[in-house]
Design a binder for this molecule. Structure first.
Ligand code: GLA
Length: 722
């Protein structure tokens, strides 16, 4: 049983396979946090109340309840807790931002509650939800806290619903979905920073006293930071020590906040934040926060990642529409905007000859889009490039024996477009100010239903009846503020959030209208590499950076929160492959996700084409293991000057796929011992690539691998139990 309630003593237990989370009610009134950790019989329950000077208290409770030094379940601004809080509300009638929520009732639900308009983790037969209802009688608001338990993946999710039962309006001024107080002052924080073409760099820093934040103010979860955050005890490694993982099922602005305070407790908060968000909750209305997730393991950082991977695969990602993930050939790096029907059909033929499954026609097929200066927003084919129309062209491509995918960027418009000329008021731009451009484009106000209706209609006219197997959905600029002509001046703080709701609505419409097509997400590469987007897209273009040297870092960072099956990885820039070994290296690097290709295959020699055919075939032999196996990271390229090693283990331990990747040549080769602790001790394993046999014991003790003098060196071992 995932959830049990001891109503007499006011305790609530949330159990997953290996963890337990306990909360209680202080004097039957205030929800306090008591334990989150390893599933043990009698967890030590404590909310760490200590009398410290200057902590406010209610006269009725005296020092018995000091919110400022207690691990409260959901810290509220204006209620005596002066650390970082989860929710800040203001009653507009008085202007006061005080709150006093107390417990009213609790319910256990089978499955989960849906979150209107937002993506959320799907439930299975083991999922259960605890609903705690709190009330503030002065504010006349009810706050419902939801804890959804996913026992198999050791994940618990959190979100809240606020109901304004008063006759006046309430403003939400800070909104965090998850709050957790960890009774430790010796944690490290693992977070991911970056930019376009260098996403998700790994960084591990000690959590210091004060407030540490990772956040996006860019309207998208962004290339610059990622909502995935880990905390672990200072001595934790991949395989040992206490570790926690957090993430947010949302694709816009976010805030991850970590605060170590005087009482030795580390508070973590995950949510929309306060800087780019306020929401006017009118009398009688309800507001649902996006969902945040957390996991815990006593077995190190690696296990936290594996929990996240299992969770994403089972509860986030859409089902695969094809029995096998298609190996794509994408036109972007080969031709950029210079494409037409004939070229694409010739390109498709070459792809077929190399055993690839899908031609993806990237940017340049619509409106006046012959460069990035015009045409975005005009979603009909360019007649001079596709004279027989899109449907007939797609048919011709498919007759070559390949699937067909197409690029779109629905959320954007070029000022030089028919759409902008007709509706300049449909972009996010403050009245009377000149809007700023980025990549010569403006952002459509996706929160405005009229904009979405237009897009739904325009895409339906162009795509209905055309045999499209795949959409590459791009988003190529960010925005620092959002102003919507569809909202009142008092509601402008909602514009960026409503933008996201609008984007999700359009995704839902695509998924329903084209159920047999898969969506690959993209935002200049990995600018929206998050759980919100993963709800609709089977895979995400991991980065516009296609050099394997840099990809190794990006893919390493991405692997902390996200499974390999979601990382779209292309072999590209073949013109740079001066040595056949470099082509092989690019392939080995791309095997950290869903394989694809992106270069002008028409210029490839027969030897290269043979090599490509062999690669696709080889990939098919590993695909299931990469997509469904457990990932074990062995070498961190951030600590080894780019040397990376990891393996995937099938759940039944029958197969292990080990990769060793080295970017730079080494004057003095170094050696590393790669221990495959997931190998079964008494079993014997055949490496299908070298034909050698190893005992499980040997693999557990480790293989010694040396770096090479030459750059771009990758080796693999595919161990299969005999
Ligand atoms: C973005 C994408 C690229 C390509 C271009 C097209 O940069 O990340 O893969 O689709 O847009 O304009």
């Amino acid at each position: 049983m995932a959830i049990s309630m001891d109503r007499k003593n006011g305790y609530f237990y949330l159990r997953t396979k290996n963890t337990v989370y306990v909360l209680g009610l202080h004097e039957g009134k205030y929800p306090v946090h008591l334990y989150y950790g390893k599933r043990v019989k009698s967890p030590v329950l404590s909310s760490h109340t200590q009398a410290l000077s200057f902590a406010p208290y209610y006269a009725a409770h005296g020092y018995d309840f000091l919110p400022d030094v207690t691990s409260v379940e959901f810290p509220l601004f204006g209620s005596g807790d002066m650390r970082a809080t989860a929710l800040k509300l203001r009653r507009l009638a008085s202007g006061a931002a005080a709150t006093h929520f107390t417990y009213r009732s609790a319910r256990k639900l089978a499955g989960r509650c849906e979150i209107q308009g937002l993506p959320f983790a799907s439930a299975d037969e083991n999922t259960q939800t605890l609903e705690l209802c709190l009330e503030d009688e002065v504010l006349c608001c009810r706050l419902y806290l939801y804890y959804t338990v996913f026992p198999e993946s050791d994940v618990i999710s959190r979100h809240f619903v606020l109901e304004n039962r008063s006759e006046g309006d309430v403003s939400i001024e800070k909104c965090m979905s998850l709050a957790l107080d960890i009774p430790r002052d010796d944690l490290d924080m693992i977070s991911f920073w970056g930019g376009h073409k260098c996403e998700r760099n790994y960084q591990r820093t000690p959590v210091m006293h004060g407030n540490q934040r990772v956040q996006s103010r860019r309207g998208a979860s962004s290339h610059h930071y990622n909502p995935c955050l880990l905390l672990c005890e200072r001595k934790a490694t991949e395989e040992h020590g206490e570790a926690y993982g957090f993430n947010f099922i949302y694709s816009g602005n976010f805030l991850d906040e970590v605060e170590l305070s005087l009482n030795g407790t580390t508070r973590v908060l995950v949510g929309l934040g306060a800087e780019n968000f306020t929401y006017l909750l009118k009398a009688g209305e309800r507001f649902s926060s996006p969902e945040a997730v957390m996991t815990y393991s006593a077995k190190g950082v690696g296990q936290v990642s594996r929990n996240m991977h299992d969770f994403v695969r089972s509860h986030i990602l859409p089902r695969d529409v094809f029995p096998q993930r298609p190996v794509v050939l994408n036109s972007w790096e080969a031709f950029h905007f210079d494409i037409d029907a004939k070229l694409m059909v010739d390109f498709a033929k070459e792809a077929v000859a190399c055993g690839m499954d899908m031609l993806v026609m990237d940017d340049g097929w619509f409106g006046a889009r012959t460069s990035d200066a015009a045409g975005l927003g005009d979603w009909f084919e360019n007649k001079s490039r596709f004279p027989s129309g899109l449907a007939a062209f797609v048919e011709e491509v498919r007759q070559t024996g390949i699937k067909f995918g197409i690029w779109i960027e629905p959320e954007m418009v070029n000022p030089d477009s028919a759409l902008y000329r007709a509706h300049p008021e449909w972009v996010l731009a403050a009245p009377d100010y000149e809007p700023m451009l980025s990549r010569k484009q403006l952002v459509l106000d996706m929160g405005n239903p009229a904009v979405r209706d237009y897009l739904k209609d325009a895409f339906a006219k162009t795509f209905d009846g055309v045999a499209i197997d795949y959409f590459k959905w791009d988003m190529n600029r960010n925005f620092d503020y959002a102003y919507s002509t569809a909202l009142s001046p008092q509601q402008q703080g909602e514009a960026a959030y409503r933008y996201m709701l609008g984007v999700y609505d359009l995704f839902t419409c695509f998924c329903q209208r084209y159920p047999n097509a898969m969506i690959e997400n993209c935002s200049g590469g990995g600018g929206r590499f998050d759980l919100g987007m993963m709800k609709y897209s089977t895979q995400i273009w991991t980065s516009d950076q296609t050099r394997p040297k840099n990809r190794v870092y990006i893919q390493y960072g991405s692997s902390f929160g996200y499974p390999a099956s979601v990382m779209s990885c292309h072999v590209a820039k073949l013109a740079e492959c001066k040595n056949p070994r470099w082509l092989d290296y690019r392939f080995r690097v791309a095997l950290q996700g869903a394989l694809g290709y992106e270069f002008n295959i028409m210029q490839a020699s027969d030897t290269v084409k043979d090599a490509l055919r062999r690669q696709v075939e080889e990939y098919r032999g590993y695909e299931r293991l990469i997509f469904e196996g457990d990932l074990y990271r062995l070498l961190n390229p951030f600590e080894t000057n780019g040397v990376s090693a990891y393996y995937y283990a099938s759940k039944d331990q029958n197969e292990l796929l080990l990769s060793f990747l080295q970017n730079e040549g080494e004057k003095k080769p170094r050696s590393f011992r790669l221990k495959l602790t997931r190998a079964e001790k008494n079993a014997s394993y055949l490496d299908r690539l070298s034909g050698k046999t190893y005992t499980g014991e040997e693999l557990r003790r480790g293989l010694t691998v040396c770096t090479d003098k030459e750059e771009q060196y990758g080796i693999m071992w595919h161990f299969v139990k005999q």
